[in-house]
Design a protein around this ligand. Sequence first.
Ligand SMILES: *[C@@H]1O[C@H](CO)[C@@H](O)[C@H](O)[C@H]1NC(C)=O
Ligand SMILES: *[C@@H]1O[C@H](CO)[C@@H](O)[C@H](O)[C@H]1NC(C)=O
Ligand SMILES: *[C@@H]1O[C@H](CO)[C@@H](O)[C@H](O)[C@H]1NC(C)=O
Ligand SMILES: *[C@@H]1O[C@H](CO)[C@@H](O)[C@H](O)[C@H]1NC(C)=O
Ligand SMILES: *[C@@H]1O[C@H](CO)[C@@H](O)[C@H](O)[C@H]1NC(C)=O
Ligand SMILES: *[C@@H]1O[C@H](CO)[C@@H](O)[C@H](O)[C@H]1NC(C)=O
Ligand SMILES: *[C@@H]1O[C@H](CO)[C@@H](O)[C@H](O)[C@H]1NC(C)=O
Ligand SMILES: *[C@@H]1O[C@H](CO)[C@@H](O)[C@H](O)[C@H]1NC(C)=O
Length: 551
Amino acid sequence: MWRLTLGAACCLAVVLGALAGDPPQPAENPKAAEVPKPAEIPKPAEIPKPADTPAANQTLAKITDSSSSNTTANATAAAAPTQDDVICKLCVCDEVHKLVNCSDKDLTHHFPDPSHWTALPFEPKVVLFDRNNLVHLLPFPTLDALETLSLSHNHISKVDNRAFWNLTNVQEIDLSHNHLTSEDMSPHIFEGHYAPENYEPLERLRVLRLGSNALHTLDPDLFMHLPHLEELYLDANPFKVIDLHTHQAVSGLLGLRVLDLSRTGVAALPDHFLHTPNKLQRLLLAGNAFTAPPPGLAESHVLQYLDLSENPFTVLSEPMPRMDNLTTLVISHSANLTEIGAAVFATLPSLTELYLHSNPRLSKINASSLVEPIVPPAETHVYPPLKKLHLHDNALSYLESMLVGRWDHLESLRLDGNPWSCDCENQWMVDDLLPTMERVDPKFGAGLMCSEPVEMRGQAMLRLQGVHYHMRCLDRYGNHPERDAPILVGVLVGVLIAAPLTLALVMLWRRCSALPSVPGPVWSGLVRSRKRGGEYSSAFYKPADTEPDFI
Ligand SMILES: *[C@@H]1O[C@H](CO)[C@@H](O)[C@H](O)[C@H]1NC(C)=O
Ligand SMILES: *[C@@H]1O[C@H](CO)[C@@H](O)[C@H](O)[C@H]1NC(C)=O
Ligand SMILES: *[C@@H]1O[C@H](CO)[C@@H](O)[C@H](O)[C@H]1NC(C)=O
Ligand SMILES: *[C@@H]1O[C@H](CO)[C@@H](O)[C@H](O)[C@H]1NC(C)=O
Ligand SMILES: *[C@@H]1O[C@H](CO)[C@@H](O)[C@H](O)[C@H]1NC(C)=O
Ligand SMILES: *[C@@H]1O[C@H](CO)[C@@H](O)[C@H](O)[C@H]1NC(C)=O
Ligand SMILES: *[C@@H]1O[C@H](CO)[C@@H](O)[C@H](O)[C@H]1NC(C)=O
Ligand SMILES: *[C@@H]1O[C@H](CO)[C@@H](O)[C@H](O)[C@H]1NC(C)=O
């Protein structure tokens, strides 16, 4: 009986030891999955416009700034509706900012009658018809001062030819969040004044927002009357593929600087898609079906900003297409991205901002992700001039100190929301990185918590730094050598006690079996249980089989 119990105890100890020695599972980080979209990544709409496109931003900024101040109230009072001033009776007219705000008025028309507009006490620069019930856009009357026309969040499914013909100075048109289909979008919509040989284009239109409609292709000539378009937003349309016609339409935009193709379902860029728009600076490809960064990116000329978030990447192992001018790369919210290999970003020599965060399974970033392998005669790695590195809310447990050339040159580093392992491999984070980064950002250490090993879970790295804590080393299976000792001692003690006991029992049994006439129930019970014990042990613990040698 004793032997059985001890055998089982030994087995248990061994099993426990094996369990404790299991390599740590790549810890899932449930928190990361719930983290709301980060605020610091500029959404397409919030992206600061390039310096040479200030108008829209200035106009809207001014309006927002003073919307609650007394100037506006004064201005509105000044623009009090006159007898036939229908528009200002219904909408908010702001003379100071030359704004007519007809948003949220349940309108089914946009005052197509020119007399409504001539009655205005000022010439509007900004006209807003957001969130109404417009379905059909009729040609707008002459509004020579108009720069911004917003018609988003309506039900527009028909736009008349020459709808904007008389808006000769319009710079930005927002038709996003409507029901426009490819068939509705004819080049004639954007026709400008007729001149003897040709249509005069809508010369000043620079920003066109067509996001969140029902477009699956574009007429190849759609933008022929918009020669100076700089920003084209086609996001959240069901394109699925960029067909030849769409390609031609976009290729014609020689001045294009911003192209938003987010959430369009595309999995590839056509060959040479980025070759013609050679001024393209920002390309947004988030929320698509790319399984790897599209090779065509290498054809872009001066691309500076690239968003590849929310694509079905799993492992990024190949270097990105070469982009000499790329300064900002965003790869976030990629649910299945687990690993970034060596030299993946080495092809981006101008990279200054890398936003690689909120990827709930991203657990490995190779130490050489940002650099080419050293090729003699070069002796040191050439790092990109990184200033911002955001790695928060991933599943990282280790950070390689060689990942960045000069951590002290970073202006912004985020590492919070990762299941950091607090063992000696990350000691440098506590000893070197924390003090360095706290000089840049006093709040840097706040979210850095240990998840592994078990005894360190929930510790703040900041506290470890405070007490100059020396973190232990894990062996190569992630075991805890220091915990093996008690287990070994336990096993040893067990064996030491078991051996003499077994011997004694065997002797006893031999002596008893030598007495022929006493096959008592006690002994038969012992024999049976011994057998069972033997079977039990051999399944888990081979050496048990060899014990009969004692006999
Ligand atoms: C407008 O854009 C310019 C750069 O083009 C920027 O410096 C300025 O801060 C912007 N203004 C606002 C209010 O966003
Ligand atoms: C603005 O108006 C509010 C109330 O309408 C008033 O309390 C406040 O003093 C005014 N501010 C200025 C600078 O006139
Ligand atoms: C606001 O209105 C008052 C009276 O109507 C006027 O005296 C004042 O100059 C106006 N202020 C502005 C900034 O228009
Ligand atoms: C226009 O009006 C809507 C609704 O009244 C309001 O939410 C919006 O902020 C206004 N826009 C501007 C630029 O004043
Ligand atoms: C443009 O305005 C003129 C004068 O207001 C008008 O006669 C003409 O019909 C308008 N064109 C369109 C296409 O609405
Ligand atoms: C991640 O992978 C799973 C299983 O392969 C798949 O069902 C899911 O759609 C993928 N998610 C993304 C965002 O690619
Ligand atoms: C793009 O990069 C090339 C090579 O690094 C450089 O010569 C050029 O000036 C850059 N162009 C812009 C617009 O930054
Ligand atoms: C990083 O990549 C290099 C080159 O592919 C490889 O030798 C190394 O093992 C990788 N490091 C890790 C930690 O995977």
